[in-house]
Design a protein around this ligand. Structure first.
Ligand code: 6PG
Ligand code: NI
Length: 184
């Protein structure tokens, strides 16, 4: 049965939801095969296996017809020059999703298997992910980057799709900021 109505307090400055649901922590070792520079990735795992991002969920369950939320916070950093990022996934049922930038500077990279799109994310930016677009978030700044996601509970998360098809482009640190380079 659906959950009963309830209020969630949303602390936008602290990038937290209350009450909290489960929190997922992704360390460097969880991101195998995702950075272009495999040796740099291995070195980072050996050198303390840092936390790359955390996902704090609301208590709304991930089941069909529910509308859960989560806040992702990506730490600043690079591996082989590539900006720290989420694994990225496709929603198997091809459902859409909404992101809201909360803190720091980031990017929303999307790929439909043919072309990629990039949205610069700042506090207050709504990034819309249309059905059928795989999505990955990137911290482009030098402080933590946080965003709120709202997605259909039955959407599912297909990580294999990104390992198979890639994301169309990669985001790198440059002297003046960041740039996208073709998939490699
Ligand atoms: C979702 C959202 C978002 C995402 C996190 C972590 O569908 O739930 O896109 O909450 O899961 O930002 O990214 P990964 O799921 O790609 O690790
Ligand atoms: Ni998603």
């Amino acid at each position: 049965p659906p959950v009963a109505p309830f209020a969630i307090s949303f602390d936008h400055e602290a990038a937290r939801l209350e009450p909290e649901g489960p929190t997922l922590t992704r360390r460097m070792s969880d991101l195998e095969g995702l950075f272009a520079d495999h040796e740099a990735w291995q070195a980072a795992v050996a050198d303390g296996d840092p936390v790359v991002y955390r996902v704090q969920s609301s208590p709304v369950p991930e089941v069909d017809r529910e509308l859960p939320q989560s806040i992702t916070t990506i730490e600043p950093g690079t591996t082989g020059g590539e900006l720290w990022m989420t694994k990225g996934h496709q929603h198997p049922n091809h459902q859409g999703e909404i992101y809201l930038g909360l803190h720091g500077a980031g990017g929303l990279l999307m790929y439909d298997g043919t072309r990629h799109e990039w949205i610069d994310m700042a506090p207050g930016t709504i990034g819309y992910i249309p059905p059928g677009w795989a999505h990955r978030s990137v911290n482009t700044g030098d402080e933590p980057y946080s965003f709120l996601a709202v997605y259909p509970g039955g959407a599912g998360h297909d990580y294999g799709w990104v390992l198979e098809h890639g994301m169309g482009a990669r985001a790198y640190r440059t002297a003046s900021g960041h740039e996208l380079r073709p998939w490699s």
